[in-house]
Design a protein around this ligand. Structure first.
Ligand SMILES: Nc1nc2c(ncn2[C@@H]2O[C@H](COP(=O)(O)OP(=O)(O)OP(=O)(O)O)[C@@H](O)[C@H]2O)c(=O)[nH]1
Length: 681
């Protein structure tokens, strides 16, 4: 048998066991292929054997070299640098201003990700994120950069770009010393740019302004720089002009990170405090926690305590993200890394929690931890009742990875068994629904989104209620409070009127209006959250032709004149269609719902009344006329008293039928009405 002329390169120091294993596997596979090929080829001609051998050898060697390079690159990334050469930074931007594209380019330029393994938006891992082009879960990456012949370690912490996830943004900012502020040079400052800059300033971050998309013909970098100076108050004389897409200005950005962002403080001697800025559930290893060591040192095998959840674990794996996970034995103050410790649910290692040593506890946890409070609720029911247990399993699995998702079983006479689920906001709700349908192959009916109302009862109890059918009886309640948000709208001045009208329609309370530049204004309103969960954002975009942007934050509960609107079909109350609405809107909502139901419910043998009621008062009513059988058809020219008798008999029969008759509301009718509720509420 022929001998191989390739051998395992013993000189390689593998960065971790996984890469070593991969490398060896490749050799194993390569040798197997080579030998089996050799045996077979004994039967063919000598020339062809030689040709095939050499081509196979080339392939095997290429595979081996690739792995060698990967192993070396991994080792490179693990090279220790002094703390003065570490920079922790994040990128903040309004949605679609190019944050993920810039992150990708930084990874590419520093050689962290080889060009050939570069998928667009490397940091956005989830399929859904890539499709929608938004960042849902944040990620981190460690880059190695040579500046003036010295190696630097740059830790990029990616942040999600949507308001629903602003808590996560605030935690990742707290893990950094600096931030790249990316502003689209063709659009300028938007609502979220401002909100993120304020968060960054609260965390004392050094901000580097970047004017992105200068390759676009409509880019006006000097106007936008002036806008940033005026609105944000940031010196933009040295703002970097860049195009993340075309790779312009990327080296300048890397240099600025080293020059301007301060290194972390050297606090490795203190008791361990590490801030969790992300965590996700891996079905094989349990929860993987991403953290920044603020003080102290953490070693593999250490017994660590999560201060907010009070749970303790042994750190089985410790490593850095480059951006793939590479294991290390120890991480020091200032470094960013991950750990796994057979943690069963992300709720035990929530974003914002502090990791410390079980035996040498830090006195105080890091500030800023918040419990996730769901703000928007809706009912989820499987279309096929048999899928109930599958839906429960799917929700349980999603919850392992998403501490903000809450759910509890709910039964409805019309839709059977399902769950009432709580979400951080509308985008979060849509994402969960879509993942359930896509990843778990479930067909779902969702009820109109609602918020949590706080009911003050006469006996002094306070009941939190997100489900209209569970609202205490009118006689038992003294008042109802609803959540309010403060919204800031940034809009070109042409659309101010249209947006004010929208906010007013949605019970908005005007607070402030100011011109931030000659052409753009900021409007501040306080608005009930319930008015925002419908199509507020779509309306905002359509009334401003897409130019306005908004940002909101929860401000608290306020008493409102709210009532429960019931729908009665043939005298029976249909619970899933009940809603909580403001008194002023009850009439229009009631009318719209009854009219829609009239269109959707099939005619019966008797007349069916559809009513919208508040308590016992009917505020809107429609009727579906009966299917009429012509009982006089056989009465050829008979006398009038005979005809009257037949009609009377028919009327009596219908009356009896109506008394015992039940109207089946078809599922399509429910779905259509729920959709309508989403629109009109
Ligand atoms: N012409 C041009 N397009 C760019 C540039 N940078 C990004 N884009 C495009 O802008 C769009 C949005 O870019 P993303 O990087 O996904 O934006 P993002 O800020 O990460 O968005 P979120 O993750 O939703 O917050 C994409 O279609 C990019 O291709 C640029 O420099 N020039």
């Amino acid at each position: 048998m022929a001998t191989t002329n390739f051998c395992r390169p013993k000189f390689i120091q593998y960065p971790n066991a996984k890469i070593q294993q991969q490398h060896h596997n490749c050799f194993h596979l390569a040798s197997k292929l080579y030998f089996s090929h050799n045996l077979k080829s004994k039967r063919s001609g000598a020339q062809s054997i030689r040709r095939r051998r050499s081509s196979l050898r080339v392939h095997c060697q290429a595979a081996a070299t690739e792995l060698e390079i990967a192993a070396r690159a991994g080792k490179d990334r693990l090279l220790k640098v002094p703390i003065s050469n570490i920079r922790n930074f994040c990128i903040i931007a309004h949605i679609d201003h190019g944050k993920s594209t810039l992150a990708d380019k930084l990874l590419q330029m520093t050689g962290t990700v080889e060009s050939r393994e570069m998928k667009e938006q490397f940091l956005d891992n989830m399929d859904l994120e890539r499709e929608r082009g938004i960042t849902i879960k944040l990620q981190a990456a460690r880059m190695r950069f040579i500046y003036e012949n010295e190696p630097y370690c740059l830790n990029l912490i990616d942040t999600p770009g949507h308001v629903d996830f602003s808590y996560e943004v605030s935690r990742s900012l707290a893990a950094c010393e600096g931030a790249l502020l990316v502003v689209d040079a063709s659009q300028g400052v938007e609502a979220q740019t401002l909100a993120n800059v304020y968060l960054a300033l609260e965390n004392n971050l050094e901000i580097i302004p970047i004017l992105n998309k200068i390759d676009l013909p409509g880019a006006e970098p000097s106007r936008v720089a002036q806008e940033i100076e005026e609105i944000v108050g940031l010196d933009c004389s040295n703002a970097i002009h860049a195009s993340a897409k075309e790779g312009i200005g990327i080296t300048e950005i890397l240099n600025a990170i080293v020059q301007k962002i301060p290194p972390p403080g050297d606090t490795a001697g203190r008791p361990l405090r590490a801030l969790i800025f992300d965590s996700y559930y891996d079905p094989y290893r349990g929860v993987i926690v991403y953290f920044r060591v603020i003080d102290g040192t953490i070693k593999k095998g250490d017994r660590v305590l999560f201060m907010a959840s009070g749970k303790d674990y042994f750190a089985d794996e410790l490593g850095v993200l480059s951006p793939n996970q590479l294991q290390v034995d120890q991480l020091y103050a200032g470094e960013v890394g991950f750990l796994s410790a057979s943690i069963r649910s992300v709720a035990d290692a929530r974003v914002g929690d502090t990791i410390t040593h079980f035996n040498r506890k830090a006195e105080q946890s890091l500030p800023g931890y918040k419990e996730a409070t769901p703000m928007v609720f809706c009912g989820l029911f499987p279309v096929d009742a048999d899928q109930f247990s599958e839906l429960r399993d799917a929700l349980e699995k999603l919850q392992l990875n998403d501490a903000a998702l809450k759910f509890e079983p709910e039964t409805s006479s019309a839709m059977g068994f399902g769950f009432r689920c709580g979400f951080l906001g509308l985008l979060h709700m849509e994402i969960v629904q879509e993942r359930l349908e896509r990843e778990y192959d479930l067909s779902l009916i969702t009820t109109a989104p609602s918020v949590v109302y706080r009911v003050n009862c006469i006996d002094g109890d306070i009941v939190e209620c997100s489900n209209p059918s569970l609202l205490p009886e009118p006689g038992k309640r003294r008042s109802i409070e609803e959540p309010f948000v403060k919204i800031e709208l940034l809009t070109p001045k042409d659309y101010i009127g249209a947006l004010m009208e929208l906010a007013q329609d949605r019970r908005g309370i005007f607070k402030e209006m100011k011109y931030i530049t000659e052409n753009r204004a900021s409007l501040i309103y306080e608005l009930p959250l319930a008015e925002m969960v419908g199509d507020f954002f779509d309306q905002l975009k359509s009334r401003s032709k897409g130019y306005a942007s908004m940002e909101y934050s929860f401000i608290g509960y306020t008493e409102s004149d709210l009532i429960k609107l019931d729908i009665l079909i043939n005298g029976d109350c249909v619970e899933p269609l009940a809603t909580i609405v403001h008194k002023d809107k009850a009439y229009s909502v009631g009318r719209a719902l009854t009219q829609k139901l009239k269109e959707l419910i099939p005619r019966q043998m008797f007349k069916v009344p559809i009513q919208a009621t508040i308590g016992s008062k009917v505020i809107a009513s429609e009727a579906i006329s009966a299917i009429r059988k012509d009982v006089l058809a056989k009465c050829y020219g008979g006398d009038i008293s005979r005809k009257k008798k037949l009609l009377k008999k028919q009327a009596e029969g219908k009356k009896r039928m109506k008394a015992i008759g039940k109207v089946d509301v078809p599922q399509e009718a429910f779905m259509a009405v729920l959709k309508l509720e989403k629109e009109v509420l």
